[in-house]
Design a protein around this ligand. Sequence first.
Ligand SMILES: [Fe+2]
Length: 145
Amino acid sequence: MAPTATGETAPSAESVAGEHGVQLRLLKAVEHAVREDQGADDVAALLDKLVEYTNVHFHSEELIMRLYAYPHYDAHRTEHAELMERALVMRDSLETQDQAGLIELAAELSEWLRRHMDGKDHGFETFLRRQAAEALRRTPRETGQ
Ligand SMILES: [Fe+2]
């Protein structure tokens, strides 16, 4: 977290990006479990973790956006809802899809998440960096007294 002009801490773009790394690792674990045919229970447990973590991460990201009156909040939130829907569809289709179908769903989910990170999330991280830079500029300079 970066200090603000009032001495409070603000979420940094780096901490948001770090949470994305956790999402991608969980997604890779899902893909690996499907490819290695580890069984529906293992894949379901990993997908549940991914859905739970992603849900918390998205809510936290959306809260920060609202706190900073992020101008692209609605469009960003819509993409979050889409990803959650896709993850839940995959979770619900574990019993009905064959391995090839699940590999395809995991790959689509992964591709979608990367696109979101490179697009909407990158824009939000840039916004947070500008907010932090402005907060530092507003911080009163020490006078040495
Ligand atoms: Fe996001």
